[in-house]
Write a protein that binds this ligand. Structure first.
Ligand code: GLC
Length: 755
């Protein structure tokens, strides 16, 4: 018996050892038979170095630039795959031809269009930003895209900026807080987020030719934080340079912003990607920190023969420069190392998930994010939520116009976009829902060959349309006007800024005419930017709707019906008129043309200098400083319930974390969410400070009658300013106040503290 036991034990030991050895052998075998760069058991850095050591100069430069509209070469000889990129921040762009912007005509690339990023910002909910990033990353992964060209985090400096809808609003803290989970969510799929447009791309007018002049403190306190957060907290694997210039260097080849700040000060280990056509010369691309060049010449924006990829600045000219000794191998290896790191983080990560596309989960996410982003600006007399009864008149082109198509590179192709009118008809099935056009805006509906298929043509005169709408309004129980901007040129669109702050197409007159006869009325402004609302006192209920994507109609109907209690807060200030804003002179915007042209690739170009002379005073910082009362303030947003903010308690210290515990009670009779906001005022600073700055916020969902304690912790960041002279952040000793409330203009609680 004993002998058998010993034999058995010996067998077990032998088996375990064999496994261990074979496992080890397996690894050793991998080590012997399989190159390190292909061995998953090695670290990314080990694999990068091994791959680099095997590559020729030509192969190293080949991975630094495009081979087609949206892809860069791999190393076929070594089995290193090519890298595929795709727009955009709101959904995965439909497939285009190899070397053209026009459609490839696929039938499998209709995506989920998620709400625009300004909407996501308006949710003030980092958990939703994570959901957003995970979902859009899954769609990118499923479409075999390794790098998503988004999110955009440029600060909204002027409400005329055509691309505000792609960004997170006017405040660096809100933008920074919301971009981090979005990036992490995307990258959890093994897809790189490519955060854009770095930096100072705050207008579309002259976007290729604007040289931004801004003081260092403003640059570091206002325009860089969201990029820094995306890199240092979000771990972004890629950053896209912007078209404009800073310190007379294009931002895709900028010594200061790329080598100095991004890679130097922030320690960015990822890839700097040019915007499409943003690279302009080999010397600066090589020496000023660009790692991947896309869209040069063939970007559709500048002339040039097709398939010029070999003549890209980082292609043959670079190879020739290396071989002539003009450029050193160390710099080339540095670029190739970063691109290989991106490749191993994405396309060569065999363990990354497979993604999913237009799943019920993604549709539900789009709907949820949309509903949570909608901002109830005004609701006098409790006009909202609406009951599912009576006659509801819906007026306005934005009730029917598809908004997922258009607006530039973020344009999408979807199987279905629920319009506001469809959503309202579906949800208010017991009511009589009637539609009147009210006005004609943009009857077009295509971008890069994606067509909406809508026939928006109208035969009636403008006057007749208004008369018809007013007539229909007379016996309606409620009028819902749905207007705003759209994605056509000079509206919310890439490549051109708005030309006025007012609503276009005569909408103000239509709203006024309806308000004069309506028993109850709601105006829903669909836009990515602030607009003038001269009728604000004549309309009892106003809603800021956004470009809400595939589920627009459902998200809106969810809120209009009360199925979802609105909890959005404005991510930017809505001023009464354009002159309320800080950007007033031509020198500030769009900038003044120089007399001397400069070289721009093969061309000569006139540069426009834009002076950011308003400095730190952007958005509510300006309105506070000038004591200008806006139509609706940054951070404003109402609910169908009410909330009470109790007395905050403070614990800890600024050094280790100063925590404000703030009781919040739902004093109404429906569940809802409130965003508790904390702004910091420096009371006796030795330097100029803006009146207050957002330094913390927390969204809390409460059942009626319930109370919760919200905790907001601030640290030295909250008392710091950027000292341009010392070129460092200074956490200044002194007296401060924490202003706590539910909007930048509703801050009932003040807690003084020292640092
Ligand atoms: C565009 C945009 C950028 C986009 C790129 C590719 O011009 O500026 O946001 O990702 O080109 O379409």
């Amino acid at each position: 018996m004993k002998t058998r036991l010993i034999l058995s034990l010996m067998l077990v030991v032998a088996w375990v050892t064999a496994c261990g050895q074979s496992g080890q052998r397996g690894k050793q075998a991998a080590g012997n038979d399989v190159p390190v760069f292909l061995d998953d058991t090695k670290t990314i850095e080990e694999r990068v170095e091994d791959a680099l050591s095997r590559m020729t100069v030509e192969e190293k430069t080949a991975i630094l630039h495009a081979q087609s509209k949206f892809s860069s070469a791999g190393v076929p000889r070594l089995g290193i795959p090519e890298l595929w990129t795709s727009d955009g921040p709101h959904g995965i762009r439909p497939e285009v031809l190899w070397d053209k912007w026009s459609q490839a005509g696929w039938t499998s690339d209709s995506c989920t269009a998620f709400p625009a990023l300004t909407a996501l910002a308006a949710s003030w909910d980092p958990d939703l930003a994570k959901l957003y990033g995970v979902s859009i990353g899954q769609e990118a992964r499923y479409r075999k895209k390794d790098m998503l060209l988004g999110p955009g985090v440029n600060i909204c400096r002027t409400p005329l900026n055509g691309r505000s809808f792609e960004y997170f609003g006017e405040d660096p803290f809100l933008s920074s807080t919301m971009v981090v989970p979005y990036v992490q969510g995307v990258q959890s799929n093994g897809v790189a987020a490519c955060v854009k447009h770095y930096a100072l791309n705050n207008q579309e007018t002259n976007r290729f030719l604007t040289n931004v002049k801004v003081d260092d403190r403003t640059l570091y306190e206002i325009y860089l934080p969201a990029f820094k957060a995306a890199v240092q907290k979000g771990g972004a694997w890629a950053i896209m340079g912007s078209y404009n210039l800073y310190k007379d260097q294009w931002c895709c080849q900028n010594e200061y912003t790329l080598n100095g700040i991004l890679k130097g000060e922030w320690g960015f280990d990822g890839v700097v990607v040019s915007d499409w056509g943003g690279a302009h010369d080999t010397d600066q691309c090589v020496n000023h920190g660009l790692d991947m060049e896309f869209g040069s010449f063939t970007d559709g924006l500048t002339s040039g023969p097709s398939n010029v990829y070999a003549s890209y600045y980082l292609a043959n000219p670079y190879v020739e420069g290396i071989k002539s000794g003009k450029y050193d191998m160390e710099t080339l290896d540095g670029k190739a190392r970063r691109v290989l790191r991106l490749i191993f983080r994405t396309v060569m990560d065999r363990n990354r998930p497979y993604g999913s596309f237009v799943s019920p989960e993604h549709i539900a996410a789009a709907r949820k994010i949309g509903a949570e982003s909608i901002v109830l600006l005004k609701n006098d007399g409790g006009v909202l939520p609406l009951k599912d009864e009576g006659k509801i008149l819906v007026v306005g082109e934005n009730a029917i116009k598809m908004m997922t198509v258009g607006g530039g590179s973020s344009s999408l192709k979807v199987k279905k976009e629920y319009s506001p009118l469809e959503g309202i008809r579906e949800r208010f099935a017991n009511a009589e829902v009637v539609f009147e056009r009210g006005y004609v805006g943009d009857t077009g509906g295509q971008f890069d060959g994606v067509v909406t298929g809508q026939d928006l043509n109208e035969n009636r005169s403008a006057g007749q349309m208004v008369a018809d709408a007013v007539e229909a309004a007379r016996d309606a129980d409620c009028v819902i006007f749905i207007g705003g901007l759209n994605k056509s040129n000079f509206q919310d669109s890439e490549g051109a800024d708005r030309q006025s702050y007012e609503l276009p197409y005569g909408q103000d007159a239509v709203i006024e005419a309806l308000a004069a006869v309506a028993r109850k009325m709601v105006v829903i402004n669909i836009s990515g930017n602030a607009v003038a609302m001269p009728w604000v006192d004549k309309v009892p209920a106003i809603v800021q709707g956004w470009y809400l994507g595939s589920e627009a109609g459902h998200s809106l109907a969810d809120v209009l019906s009360g199925d979802v209690n609105p909890s959005g807060k404005l991510p930017f200030t809505i001023g009464r008129q354009l002159s309320d804003y800080p950007v007033q002179t031509e020198a500030q915007y769009p900038g003044i043309a120089r007399t001397e042209a400069i070289k721009m690739g093969p061309m000569e170009a006139t540069i426009f200098d834009a002076e950011y002379s308003e400095g730190l005073y952007v958005g509510y910082r300006w309105f506070d400083h000038e004591s200008i009362v806006p139509t609706f303030a940054f951070g404003h947003g109402l609910s169908y319930t009410s909330f009470e903010i109790g007395e905050p308690k403070v614990s800890g210290s600024v050094e280790k974390g100063l925590t404000f515990s703030i009781p919040v009670k739902n004093t109404g009779d429906v569940a809802g969410a409130e965003v508790v906001q904390l702004y910091v005022t420096a009371r006796n600073s030795s330097v100029e400070r803006v009146p207050k700055e957002l330094k913390g916020f927390s969204k809390v969902y409460l059942e009626p009658g319930k109370t919760a304690t919200v905790k907001i912790t601030i640290g030295k960041d909250a008392v710091s300013y950027f000292d341009a002279g010392k070129h460092e952040w200074v956490a200044e000793r002194g007296d401060y106040s924490a202003l706590i409330g539910t909007s930048s203009d509703v801050l009932p609680k003040t807690v003084d503290f020292k640092y």
